[in-house]
Design a binder for this molecule. Structure first.
Ligand code: NAD
Length: 255
């Protein structure tokens, strides 16, 4: 699908990190971009910069997402690209100091990372399937989700995060199959280690040690490299029902 003024994009978590880089990449390719985020300060600033729209949304709240997608539909037309980048990372062991994992915390991670992704994917897809096709293949839209390498090689303290990301990977093929008759593709990206506020808050030596674990290139990923993959996925109509690792060949060690 070509990116142009008709391919309205929704980017969740668009106020920071991988989402921000995606919003910039899609806007510079010519798409009108709606930034969905809880952070209105950064979100409004970015939306102004890229001449897009900011909508304050909690992705884990279905009615909130429904209203936000409707706002995009009314103001810009049907979304054709929906990129799920909103996510949270917490760390807690299965049993820590004799106490089991806090299940409220576990639910929170599932609610934001998994239910949030499903909310935006299903409500954006509803608008996509009603819209007219844009290509000779009958393509109507693309949904791109963000998992993590933790979906496959989760680290100590990542049971909730890995479960949420494993589920995002698991949804990819059935969602692509569900939407295939309507010409909507679904692709998931599983990033390795990227230099976003999530990681850049760590001491420099920790960042260097993490970067050194990446076989090649031996560094943290640049969020722009994530944005560039999003753009390639939108433009390449044969990519569908697949999770793509974007990780410099890192396979996280057990400890
Ligand atoms: P980030 O913290 O820089 O950005 C996340 C954004 O999501 C923030 O702007 C935050 O306000 C927003 N957000 C959080 N909860 C929300 C909610 N309930 N509703 C709406 N917005 C919400 O993080 P990032 O590093 O850019 O991560 C983006 C995604 O990529 C996440 O899903 C993360 O799990 C995944 N990921 C990141 C890395 C990495 O190395 N940075 C690696 C693998 C996967």
């Amino acid at each position: 699908m070509k990116i142009n003024e008709e391919t309205v994009a929704i980017v969740t978590g668009g106020a920071s990190g991988l989402g921000e880089a995606t919003a910039r990449a899609l806007a510079s390719a010519g798409a009108p971009v709606a930034v969905f985020d809880l952070d209105d300060e950064r979100g409004v600033k970015l939306a102004e910069e890229i001449q897009g729209l900011f909508v304050k949304v909690d992705v884990s709240d279905t009615e909130n997402v429904r209203a936000a997608v409707e706002t995009v539909f009314q103001e810009a037309g049907p979304p054709r690209i929906a990129v799920n980048c909103a996510g949270i990372a917490i760390a807690q062991k299965t049993v820590s100091k004799g106490e089991p994992h806090d299940m409220d915390l576990f639910r929170k991670v599932i609610n934001v990372n998994l239910i949030g992704t499903a909310n935006v994917a299903t409500l954006a897809a509803q608008k996509m399937v009603e819209a007219s096709p844009l290509t000779d293949d009958g393509e109507r839209g693309v949904i791109i989700n963000t998992a993590s390498v933790a979906a496959f090689d989760g680290q100590i303290g990542q049971i909730a995060y890995s479960a949420s990301k494993g589920a995002v990977h698991g949804m990819t093929l059935p969602m692509a199959r569900d939407l295939s008759r309507d010409g909507v593709r679904v692709v998931t990206i599983a990033p390795g280690l990227f230099g976003t506020p999530m990681l850049l808050g760590m001491p420099q030596e920790v960042q260097d040690a993490l970067g050194a674990q990446v076989p090649f290139p031996s560094r943290l990923g640049n969020p722009a490299e994530y944005g560039s993959l999003v753009r390639s996925i939108v433009e390449n109509s044969m990519l569908n029902g697949e999770t793509i690792r974007l990780d410099g060949a890192i396979r996280m060690a057990p400890k």
